[in-house]
Design a protein. Structure first.
Length: 462
């Protein structure tokens, strides 16, 4: 493992230099990887610790990191445990020592000293990382003995929480509910940093008979595939009230995308807030303002967006997936009164997202512009599939297509209005959307019904 090459350098730096003892400032960090899956973010966290520790060597500083990987999928937990048993970089550079079976809480016992001795929350060598694998739902950390111990002892809580829960529309894979659940458990320090820090959902009209016809074709597929080929068909209503992740090709994004809403994590706490968390056997007298800040969060959203006439008819955005073509707006286009050109047929909307993974406190960013470095050297890290700030070379996400039951005709000079809601109840999250076209005289030219009211055709279970 490449990370282990730092071990000798760190020890050499901590011992002698020019025959004298050198004092080293030691920094500790606890990193929580929630929704660890099969470990890609754990590996990146280990590599990041290694890089940071290497840069600190010249300043006589050392970094110790404890990584806690939380995953609820039993198969993935077994795979993570196998990685810990075979990779020294997951064990602080030491040979693998038997670890408790942390997937099943009843096997952990109540003796925290045993957890310390057997790898539960031990500290690794400077510059390296020790990984603890825990199998549980990230939103139910209070049910796990080791996590409960960390909640009750502030020094063991997370300094950094890392996740990869983003969907094509930013929040459509329940990232807000999951990360709020983690914070609500009280396992984060008050100054904890989340990666990502925020994500913004964007939407734009799209003209594509191909996407529309493909969505209509879904009506003949089984509504519940697990019931086999004899299951009843989805039907046209369900097919056209369901968002689809698409790699748009034969499509034209007719207007520049516009932001709908933004989610940020963690929620800031107030200095005078006191916790009301009811955690069993909690003997700590310290309040948990971070947990209290996430107690009454409502993640429902509504956006009403007007797409004004675009003389270029969204030509620079192309098919709605990929970076803007900055050369197209420079083309000399003669625009008379209103928007010169033909009518446009709107077949639905494309959803995308822009996410700030980490922004240094002194860096000020503007959504839609990807700034990588400030004048003082501090950095901003972003990922995006919105055309205006597209991350070139990234193929992890494709746009989310919101179809319309009946395509809308938008005459030249018209405005397309779109309303989209993110709604939820105790068990589900879903989207509702509708659209209308206003001509250049202010008259309603065409309109659609509200799609997916009450989540009747599409929803995601909590």
């Amino acid at each position: 493992d490449g990370e282990l090459g730092l071990e000798g350098l760190l020890l050499e730096s901590a011992n002698k230099r020019d025959g004298a003892i050198v004092e080293v400032d030691l920094y500790e960090a606890t990193i929580f990887v929630v929704g660890a899956g099969r470990g890609p973010l754990v590996r990146e966290s280990i590599a990041a610790v290694s890089r940071v520790a290497s840069s600190l060597l010249a300043e006589n500083k050392a970094l110790i990191a404890k990584v806690v990987a939380i995953e609820k999928n039993p198969s993935a937990v077994l795979y993570l445990q196998s990685l810990k048993s075979t990779h020294r970089s997951w064990n602080g550079g030491e040979e693998y020592a038997e670890q408790l079976d942390l997937h099943y809480p009843h096997n952990c016992g109540n003796d925290i000293e045993v957890l310390n001795r057997r790898g539960g929350i031990t500290s690794p060598l400077p510059g390296l990382s020790n990984v603890t694998v825990i199998g549980c739902d990230m939103r139910e950390a209070t049910s796990h003995p080791l996590l409960k111990f960390m909640i009750q002892n502030e020094e063991f809580r997370a300094d950094i929480v890392v996740s990869e829960l983003l969907g094509s529309f930013g929040d459509n894979e329940l990232s807000p509910e999951c990360l709020d659940g983690v914070q609500r458990c009280g396992i984060l320090k008050e100054n904890c940093v989340s990666i990502p820090q925020n994500y913004t959902a964007f939407i734009a009209p799209v003209s594509s008979s191909r996407l529309y016809s493909e969505a209509r074709c879904q009506s003949s597929f089984p509504a519940h595939p697990e019931e086999g080929p004899a299951a009843p068909a989805s039907g046209m209503q369900r097919a056209l009230e369901t968002p689809y992740v698409v790699r748009s090709h034969a499509a034209s994004q007719t207007h520049p995308e516009i932001a709908c809403w933004t989610f940020s994590h963690p929620h800031p706490s107030k200095s005078d807030t006191t916790t009301r968390m009811d955690i069993e056997d909690n003997t700590s007298n310290k309040t948990n303002a971070s947990a209290e800040a996430a107690m009454k969060i409502n993640n429902d959203r509504h956006a009403h967006i007007s797409f004004r006439c675009d003389p270029m008819l969204g030509a620079s955005a192309g098919c709605g997936y990929g970076a803007l073509n900055t050369e197209i707006p420079s083309v000399d286009v003669k625009v008379k009164e209103g928007c010169e050109g033909t009518n446009v047929t709107i077949h639905g909307f494309l959803g995308s997202f822009h996410s700030v993974l980490y922004e240094s406190p002194c860096v000020k960013s503007k959504v839609g512009k990807m700034k990588q470095k400030s004048s003082d050297g501090k950095r901003l890290s972003v990922i995006s599939i919105a055309p205006n700030s597209f991350s070139v070379g990234m193929f992890s996400w494709f746009p989310l297509y919101f179809p319309l039951k009946q395509p809308l005709c938008a005459p030249e000079g018209s405005t397309v209005n779109c309303s989209v809601w993110r709604r939820s109840d105790d068990a589900r999250v879903w989207y509702e959307w509708c659209a209308e076209v206003i001509d250049n005289n202010g008259n309603i030219w065409s309109t659609s019904s509200i799609h997916n009211p009450g989540g009747r055709s599409y929803h995601v279970r909590l």
